[in-house]
Design a protein around this ligand. Structure first.
Ligand code: UD1
Ligand code: CA
Length: 466
């Protein structure tokens, strides 16, 4: 897409969303709508530096969110989509771009493929404007594509301005367009000055009118009908957002199933758009997978698991557990009811059992932490066995310290390991010990009171019984 650019309209407020955040930051499948749109432009072949986002409402929040290479311009007053594009005029001119792709920041379902096909058509036909349209069941709220009796595209009629006949038109404007830059700038100028278009009934400059202006100037403007009818779907309010989520959810699930991922029951299975899953992996109900998670082949994930930004190897099993920003290697088993927190790396064949929390730790190959333990800031070797109810005491109230447990060590039930501390290779700790000093390799550490049995104490005292 060298020599061309994208302008993304994202200055609108969230009034219909009833949100303090800019609308384009509302999330579809855990991903802000603006990110979908930017990814789509990147998919279409644009570099970040050739993308300009028009910001306005809540722009501090938005600026903090956008990728660093993307340009921004500010639209101080919200005077409509045409006015928003006018703000990007210096960006378009400074770089002498030939064609500009205009995208709505609140229409996340457009796809790079459609945009590329529309561009080919735009160039082949020598169009000044190509409007990407689609046919939808319910056109309410969208601009309608009006054609003459010969089926030739005439103009876009907004919902507000549409008469009863026009309201019945089901071909609608997606809000994505290709324009020749020079033609667009001339049309925007007319939009500003021509009395017919100047701040129309809605007190807005409509970008859609620029298309009609170009036609009236004898330039070629046509529509490109998208095969993907979802491409037009936008979200102005939370009900539409929910519907978009549902559409996007099924679209993502279907794509995974086509790739050999098994989702036997889709109930409550929500997978983010950037998740990669290998064939023969099974995702069970109530499971949420988000971020840039990568899951290998032949795994079982769920039911009721939450996975965020994890890398999971082949044939791992994650049952009813929460895992975030962690690496779980092939054949490892996690759960049920485990919590794996950021910075954790679990090697192959390791087992993390029920009610175990692991944070910022490495767990060696084949190591077992089967029940009710907390492991934080620790480096645990291979083949280690950690008994039930153990805790690393990693926090002094001021600082965090690491615990090291070397290969083959055996940590008895209910051991507290007060960090910084090291348990050497093949060493044991006795159950109930509070380990404050390093344990040498092959040793047994007993750090508890010796048991005293007081003979016939009960008979003589009968403390609580009659
Ligand atoms: C717009 C189109 C409509 C199309 C629909 C597709 C116009 C006049 N109408 O309607 O034909 O079917 O999109 O979704 O263009 N924005 C700004 N500054 C503004 C106003 C809007 O940046 O002053 C941004 C918004 O943040 C949003 C996008 O432009 O991302 C579209 O604006 P919105 O008000 O949602 O337009 P629609 O009514 O949906
Ligand atoms: Ca919209």
């Amino acid at each position: 897409m060298k020599g061309n650019c994208t302008v993304i309209l994202a200055a609108g407020d969230g009034v219909r969303m009833k949100s303090s955040k800019p609308k384009v930051l509302a999330e579809v499948l855990f991903k802000p709508m603006i990110d979908w749109v930017i990814d789509c432009a990147l998919d279409c072949g644009f570099d970040e530096s050739d993308i300009c986002v028009v910001t306005g409402h809540g722009r501090e929040l938005l600026n903090g969110h956008l990728p660093s290479g993307v340009q921004t311009v500010v639209q101080e007053e919200r005077l409509g989509t045409g006015h928003a594009v006018m703000r990007a005029q210096p960006f378009i001119e400074a770089n002498s771009y030939s064609n500009v792709l205009v995208l709505n920041g609140d229409s996340p379902m457009v796809d790079g493929e459609t945009l590329k096909l529309a561009f080919e058509y735009h160039m082949r036909s020598g169009n000044a404007a190509t409007v990407i349209s689609a046919n939808v069941e319910n056109p309410t709220g969208y601009g309608r594509i009006k054609r003459n009796s010969d089926g030739i595209f005439e103009k876009i009629v907004e919902e507000k301005d549409a008469d009863e006949n026009e309201k019945n038109i089901t071909e609608v404007n997606s809000g994505a367009y290709w324009f020749g830059c020079r033609a667009l700038l001339v049309a925007l100028d007319k939009l500003k000055t021509d009395a017919k278009y100047r701040l129309n009934a809605a007190k807005e400059y409509y970008l859609t009118d620029a298309v009609e202006i170009l036609k009236s100037m004898g330039q070629r403007a046509a529509t490109f009908n998208s095969k993907n009818s979802d491409a037009v779907l936008g979200a102005n309010d939370r009900l539409q957002l929910m519907r978009l989520n549902e559409k996007a959810r099924m679209r993502v699930l279907e794509a995974h199933m086509k790739n050999g991922v098994s989702v036997p029951f889709a109930d409550g299975v929500i997978i983010g758009p950037d998740v990669v899953i290998g064939a023969d992996t099974e995702i069970l109900p109530g499971t949420t997978i988000k971020g840039k998670t990568v899951i290998g082949r032949g795994c079982v994930v769920g039911s009721n698991s939450c996975i965020e930004s994890c890398v999971i190897g082949d044939e791992a099993v994650i049952t009813s557990s929460h895992c975030s920003e962690a690496e779980i290697s092939a054949g490892a088993a996690v759960g049920p009811f485990a919590r794996i927190r950021p910075g954790t790396k679990i090697d192959s064949g390791a087992r993390i059992g029920n009610f175990v929390e692991v944070k910022n730790s490495s767990i060696g190959e084949g190591t077992k932490i089967s029940h009710l333990s907390y492991i934080g800031d620790s480096d645990i070797g291979t083949g280690v066995n950690i008994g039930s109810g153990c805790a690393t005491v990693n926090y002094s109230g001021k600082e965090k310290f690491r615990t090291v447990i070397e290969d083959g060590a055996f940590i008895g039930c209910d051991t507290s390991l007060v960090a910084p501390v090291k348990v050497g290779e093949n060493a044991y700790t006795a159950a109930g010990s509070t380990i404050t000093e390093d344990v040498p390799a092959n040793s047994l550490a007993v750090a508890r009171e010796r048991q005293v049995n007081k003979k016939d104490w009960v008979k003589s005292k009968k403390p609580y019984r009659k």
